[in-house]
Design a protein around this ligand. Structure first.
Ligand code: ARG
Length: 394
């Protein structure tokens, strides 16, 4: 049996190769999808797979597609789940989609992934595969064989599988251009602060430059197109901003996350560019959208993020919401300045040709309109409240 496995080079998927060969009698084709993870790790991945005896390794560069189809939509939707910029969730859909494509091309009977039965990623993988290829069998060895991380580390040692983790640093890391997630080990105790060694993209705020840096971001129709006056492609812009904001210690997130199955999990993320871009995008929306649009879009954004988090990317509601969001973005064009300083990012200036701000009208220093007109509007403002209080007085 030929099986296409989504391969990241990490512990779960490396162990999965051997389990598929041993316990499922499979010929394994590994598929690695570049969504912006560490290029040094990616370079080694094909060789690593071959050492583990796979019959073929397929590498797909999906960075452009990931940014344009998923990350940009998420910026337009201010994609936050419980306050963290959706990152792992977003990347699972293109990864699973590419996996299916390779399986078809290679004539595989099944696809496999390294998800455990406790997390969210199994929902995203399984739903995407079932929707794109209902006949393809799904094998999830870690989940099916009910394995835990300690067992996996021991098995890897016995099998001579090189793994980047050890019992002292047993983190499970997921990485893409939009964010980095770190779980496991001491992080599972929410009463303890995360150790400094979990971070790879952000400098400790204590060690970040004392001098603040102001970055200027230009958006066109809701999408960032340039930083500090330089126009660049989506992947390049995000990569650069990750480096810049990371230098200033921006984008560390720690939270108690409510997983799809109801488990609470202690999560840690690094997402410097995502933090800054979503903040800047919101600031621009505040300038150009009406109050009513902002309120309504807030609930739309929330629902959008919930669907994407929960494995429901292919739900038609997500597409319906995207159509609404897309329409609102026609006026989300302009410039935002964000100050990066020792772990914090702060919007300090914004402008747009579609601005609804009218200085003449709001200013303390000008007339603009006749203030006396306000008094007659206020007479009717709390009309029902006034009637009610009169009734109560009898
Ligand atoms: N809990 C996060 C999410 O579902 C990310 C989990 C990433 N996996 C990992 N092994 N760190 O979006």
């Amino acid at each position: 049996m030929k099986v296409a496995l989504a391969y990241s080079g990490g512990l779960d998927t490396s162990v999965a190769i051997r389990l598929l060969q041993e316990k499922y009698n499979a010929d394994v084709i590994t598929v690695s999808v570049d969504v912006g993870q560490d290029p040094k790790e990616l370079k080694k991945i094909g060789e690593k797979a071959k050492k583990l005896g796979v019959i073929k390794h397929v590498h797909i560069d999906a960075r452009g597609e990931f940014v344009e189809e998923y990350v940009f939509r998420s910026i337009k939707a201010n994609g936050l789940y419980e306050g963290y910029p959706l990152s792992t969730a977003l990347a699972r859909y293109p990864i699973a989609s590419k996996l299916v494509e390779v399986a078809r091309r290679e004539g595989a009977e099944a696809v496999a992934h390294g998800c455990t039965g406790k997390g969210n990623d199994q929902f995203r993988f399984d739903t995407t595969i079932a929707i794109k290829a209902p006949k393809l069998k799904i094998i999830a060895p870690i989940r099916e064989l009910n394995l835990d991380r300690k067992w996996e580390i021991k098995y890897a040692r016995e099998q001579g599988i090189p793994v980047p983790v050890n019992v002292g640093r047993p983190y499970s890391i997921d990485e893409n251009l939009w964010g980095r997630s770190i779980e496991g080990g001491v992080l599972e105790d929410p009463s303890k602060a995360p150790p400094e060694d979990i971070y790879a993209w952000t400098r400790s705020p204590a060690k970040a430059p004392a001098k603040p840096h102001v970055v200027e971001i230009v958006f066109e129709k809701g999408v960032p197109v340039s930083i500090d006056g330089k126009r660049m492609s989506g992947p390049e812009l995000v990569t650069r901003l990750n480096r810049l904001a990371g230098e200033h210690g921006v984008g560390r997130i720690e939270l108690m996350e409510d997983r799809i199955m109801g488990l609470k999990a202690r999560e840690n993320y690094e997402a410097p560019a995502a933090t800054v871009l979503i903040q800047a995008h919101r600031a621009l929306e505040q300038l150009v959208l009406t109050k009513q649009e902002l309120i309504f879009k807030g609930t739309v954004d929330q629902t959008w993020a919930d669907l994407v988090y929960s494995g429901l990317w292919f739900n038609p509601l997500r597409e319906d919401l995207d159509a609404f969001i897309e329409r609102t973005q026609r006026r989300v064009t302009g410039k935002v300045k964000v100050e990066l300083h020792r772990g914090s990012s702060r919007v300090i200036a914004r402008s747009s040709p579609y601005s609804l701000y009218d200085k003449e009208l709001v200013s303390f220093d000008r007339f603009g309109f006749d203030q006396r007109d306000a008094a007659s509007i206020i007479k009717f403002h709390a009309l029902q409240d006034r009637i009610l209080s009169r009734r109560r007085r009898g």
